[in-house]
Design a protein around this ligand. Sequence first.
Ligand code: 4AD
Ligand code: MG
Length: 447
Amino acid sequence: MERTILREAVKKTGEPILVRGFVDNIRNGKSMAFIVLKDLSGRLQITVEKEKFPALLETLDAITPDSVITCEGTVFPNEFVKLNGFEMIPAEGESIRIDSLAEALPIVRKEIPATKKKAALERSNIDQRIDYRWIDLRTDENQLVFKAQTALAAALREFLLARDFLEIHSPKLIGAASESGADVFEVKYFDRNAYLAQSPQFYKQMAMAAGFERIFEVGPVFRAEKSYTSRHTTEFTGFDLEFSYIESVKDVMKMEEELLTYALGKVAEKYGEEIEALFGKKVVVPTLPFPVVKLHDLYDELEKNYGYILPESEKNDLTTEAEQLSYRWVMEKYGHEFLFVTDFGPEKRAFYHMRDENGIPMGYDLIWRGVEITTGAQREHRYEPLKAQADEKGLGEDVKFYLDFFRYGCPPHGGFGLGLDRLTMLLFGLGIKESMFIFRGPNRLNP
Ligand code: 4AD
Ligand code: MG
């Protein structure tokens, strides 16, 4: 018999079906046994009146929580069943089969409150849970994180495909550092060294020189940063895009705000209620346009409103505290969760950002709920100024192959890099470890 997923099972009352999943809970009493079965789509109670099913007794005694079982039977409505008011009654004979028996679980996924007989069990911390991430991921909460991330990434793609973007797949093994030279992982590459890509930046721009006009890429990004924060990882998924024939960086910002508004709309529609129920976080679909502020003006506002004072010499970049405070400010002033910050100092920005007549990079950071999710810019597409800016940062020979992209014709263009893991984490109000399939950090290479 073909498997019926549990969400569909309750629609097939009265007919013989076959269901499969993890044992979410089992109560094996003297005369009755109750199994709560869970699959990705939902839960169903299997009720066994033991007297009537002698062939199942041995199996029922063997089943442990989190074992994977298959059950053939029939679903009936029963108003006394707390779980949705339905239960499955097994078929005659050996209708419950254990596909995989689970050992006692090595982690506590969720806090277990005290009962009369047992003391409370504290939840394992996130590092212990990551050691057994596949077990941790079985909870409704964790599965929702990845359902929503799937919907989010699908919506981002959908938006871009509808606007004629091509999807590219650029190499991650590269001969020269792609962003700055710092924070790059070196790997052995036969008899020489290679590096893991810190960004698809150079290849996105090569695509512009190739006349691809509009491209995006979703792929791994590697950063050899020894950061132990709730928003840094050494390997994350970048959602990058680049497009040609822009008039200014404003076109890039407009593309991004429309893209995010569309994608969050899709997530809210599909999972908004569940996210609010399980995480207490409302998915707010932003209004257009997003607020914009110059970095210097932001510092003035933070000082005026919250007494945040920073030495003048440090005001060419956004500090972590200012980033966090900017959320409070943008909410109070605009009732908005997003904030574009522009006009960073040239010393703090990548050499490939185009600069205005005052030498200010024409780029931005986008902050959502107080955390940077994007850096974007119009790029310098003219060979001579680009080379001068690379030389100024001391990059010279390393980026020669990249500079060549701009010698044989290249349209004006811009783009941005969006951290997918950061988006997921902020959507749910989690740390980055909780929101990645498997986190990678300075002390974490397993599982
Ligand atoms: O700001 P970043 O470094 O910008 C670039 O990579 C440029 N090439 C983008 C461009 O087109 N100008 O990285 C882009 C985004 C960040 O805003 C952040 O969301 C995410 O990638 N990110 C990280 N996420 C998790 N852990 C880290 N260590 C991250 N570093 C950057
Ligand atoms: Mg950045």
